[in-house]
Each structure stands twice: as C-alpha cells, then as structure tokens.
Design a protein around this ligand. Structure first.
Ligand SMILES: C[S@@+](CC[C@H](N)C(=O)[O-])C[C@H]1O[C@@H](n2cnc3c(N)ncnc32)[C@H](O)[C@@H]1O
Length: 253
C-alpha cells in the first residue's frame, strides 16, 4: 500500500521549504568508448546514424555512463517521432525531473528550451536536488532554463512541447510520493495545448499500452487530434525501461 496522502503532503511542504542544494559534482563518463564497446550490432549501427546527424561531442562531459545511454535512447525516440520536419522553438519540456535528458532534446530541437518540474526540490543522498542537477546542466546549455513549479505557471507561446511519461493514471504519481491534488491530467493537458502556438507540435511519450489508452481518452475529452505513433521501441532501451508509446499532435493554424 502507498503512503497516505497526508504524509505525502507534509513531505512536499517540507521539500518546498528546504530548497538548498549541495553543489553538484558530476561523475561524467568522459568518452563514448566504454558504452560503444558494449554495443550490439544494431545499437552500433543506430549510434553511427545518430552521431553523424547530431552534435553529440559534449555529451560525455555532461553525462554519467547511465545518462549517456539514456540520452541516446531519448534522441532515438525524438528522431523517429519528429521525422525530418523539425518543430520550431521555443520548446518546453514538462515534468523534467533533474532534466538529465536535456542534451538529447537540445540536439534534436536546437534553440531555447524551458523545463518545468513540480517536485524540483527532491533531494538525493549527496544532498543535491533535482533543481541543482538541472541548473548544472543548464550552465552548459545557455538557451535552457529550468523552472521549479507547475506546468500551469508556464505561459509560452511555444513551438514545441515535449512531455515524457505524464501521470495519466494515479498510481505512478502516488509511487513518486506526490500529493493526490497534483493528479489532474485533463487540466494539465489542456494547459500544455493552450501554450502551443498555432502550427506548434506536442509530443507525448507514455510508458505502457495502458497509459497510452488513458492518453487517448484525454485527447478525446479535449477534442485534440492526437496522432497515435504506436509503440516506440528503441535499441537503446534497457531491461528496466517499459515499452514506450508516442503521440504527436499539431495545433491547427
Ligand atoms: C514519470 S516522471 C517523468 C520524468 C521525466 N520526464 C522522464 O521521462 O524521465 C513525471 C514527472 O512529472 C512531474 N510533474 C507532475 N506533475 C507536474 C506538473 N503539474 N508540473 C510540472 N511537473 C509535473 C513529476 O514530479 C515527475 O518528475
């Protein structure tokens, strides 16, 4: 059984008051070598395509070994979901966590990025916070800004909104320790749609077929014409990654 709503509320309030982060000392991997040595043939072929299409040169200085592989996974998904016609910025990432995947987003859609995270003051054992890590990365991406707050604080307009793993059913939100009042998927989707400029694109990636069904219902309720890209596997997915399902919606002009 999950923790009570009251205990999640108290913890969230406490985090909000204790915002200080220890300084971030990144254990960057330094090069792609240790990762590429482990690649299967399919992974190596896909890596060569991505490395020849995008600027990945700074990634090993910014990412741990795990993040490096995760960014390749993200870039692989973005590359295939967006195709050759790239959205124009400025771009917004919703629910950015510590924004470990900013390198992939900045490579796929260059230009200004905002990232917004409601639980930005969540702390790690190192006494650093999600916000501390995200701001460290933003120092290396001068057009990126991390916002500790709710999606509804963001006003846009944006040419691209990217939303990886939104809470469309309650259980993942409860497991993450957030209070129940933050489960409002329809209002949040409505807001994400409202900050898009005409012709702007919204990419949503869900983490299972069940969540993708819930996503379809949300699009229906809000009368948004979401294009179902279906399951989005990647050669870079690891065993712990659930199957991803993607949606793309373009705001009418
Ligand atoms: C399942 S996690 C996904 C994190 C990240 N996008 C990824 O793919 O690794 C969902 C994130 O959305 C954040 N979130 C939930 N509601 C939010 C809101 N109203 N505004 C901003 N962030 C929110 C959560 O705190 C959590 O970090």
């Amino acid at each position: 059984m999950g923790r009570s709503n009251l205990s999640r509320e108290l913890e969230f309030t406490l985090k909000h008051w204790l915002r200080w982060s220890a300084s971030v000392r990144k254990r960057a991997v330094g090069s792609f070598d240790s990762l590429t040595k482990q690649f299967s043939q399919a992974q190596d072929e896909r890596y060569q395509v991505l490395a020849s299409s995008y600027e990945l040169g700074t990634w090993p200085e910014l990412c741990s070994a795990r993040e490096l592989r995760g960014n390749l996974h993200m870039l692989d998904l973005l590359d295939r979901a967006l195709g050759t016609e790239r959205p124009r910025g400025p771009s917004l990432d919703v629910g950015s966590l510590n924004w470990w995947y900013l390198p992939a987003q900045a490579a796929a859609v260059p230009g200004p990025w905002d990232g917004v995270e409601i639980d930005a003051h969540q702390r790690y054992a190192s006494l650093t916070t999600r916000r501390g890590h995200a701001e460290w990365l933003c120092r290396h991406h001068q057009e990126a800004r991390y916002h500790a707050g709710c999606l509804t604080d963001m006003s846009g307009p944006y040419g691209f909104v990217c939303w990886f793993l939104p809470y469309v059913v309650p259980s993942p939100l409860v497991s993450a320790g957030l209070p129940d009042r933050f489960f409002e998927p329809e209002r949040l989707l409505g807001h994400a749609w409202s900050v898009l400029e005409p012709g702007g694109r919204l990419l949503i990636v869900n983490q299972s077929a069940r969540e993708s069904e819930a996503q379809a219902e949300l699009f229906d309720h809000l009368d948004i014409d979401g294009h179902d890209l279906g399951p989005t596997p990647s050669v870079f997915a690891t065993e712990g990654d659930d199957e991803r399902h993607s949606w793309l919606a373009t705001k009418p002009v």
